[in-house]
Design a binder for this molecule. Sequence first.
Ligand code: FES
Length: 166
Amino acid sequence: MTSDSLRPVPAPSRRTALATVGAAGLAVALTACSSDKGSSDSANSSGANGNSGSTTTSGASSPATSQADAGGTEIAKTSDIPEGGGKIFASQGVVVTQPTAGTYKAFSSKCTHAGCAVTGISNGVISCPCHGSEFSATDGSVKKGPATQPLPAASVKVDGDSIKLA
Ligand code: FES
């Protein structure tokens, strides 16, 4: 028994309360995007508690529970990845691109300059908002500094029409 356990719990600060709401909202949004499991469509529509914001950048978040034992956790359908572009899966820390039709690549979404999360993919380039580094969506190589190291490849695999974390 420490003295901590006897202390009254302080009321959460406004910042804490806002952060909590933000995190909950994100979790709900991610959950809402993960309906592509085939067997649980109804859970998606009824399971969200007041979700109002689904995003396209956060992508699907698979709870690493029931799906993980079938050779990887599905993070997207191949049809979710635009040809010539890509999609960032922030919660998995992965960027998946499709440089050419039917060819999928995956990289860490953590910028090698100072660790920011990359946020954009356009014209074959993955961009970091913090200091402007740009990386090739084809091989992760540096297109523009200040980063000097490529985005490391991420382990994903294509299984039919699913893209799974390997
Ligand atoms: Fe990405 Fe600096 S952290 S450019």
